[in-house]
Design a protein around this ligand. Structure first.
Ligand code: SF4
Ligand code: SF4
Length: 88
């Protein structure tokens, strides 16, 4: 049985239920550089229409489809994403 999860599959298959960690997007720290959006393997990070104190329209993700891999937190150069234990 192949249980490997391919990239970009969660839009058809919600993965939020088995996630251990979840990303917390710290909106005030976001510079809207879009690096996280480009590197998220699931393509679920988007720019919001909400601006932070610096006037940047910050980014966030759709947790229904986030598998909690932590890549976005690793690549954010401004430490604007932190992984936290997902309390269900
Ligand atoms: S990588 Fe960080 S600073 Fe850049 S858009 Fe994503 S959350 Fe914002
Ligand atoms: S942890 Fe970040 S990079 Fe990984 S699936 Fe969730 S939003 Fe995408």
């Amino acid at each position: 049985m192949n249980i490997q999860v391919q990239p970009n599959t969660t839009l058809n298959n919600k993965t939020g239920g088995w996630r251990t960690l979840r990303p917390n997007f710290l909106h005030d720290k976001c510079t809207a550089c879009a690096i996280c959006q480009r590197l998220c393997p699931e393509g679920i990070i988007h720019q919001t229409n909400q601006a932070n104190a610096a006037g940047k329209k910050y980014f966030d993700c759709d947790l229904d489809y986030c598998k909690g891999c932590g890549l976005c937190a690793d690549v954010c150069p401004f430490k604007a994403i932190v992984m936290e234990v997902d309390e269900k």
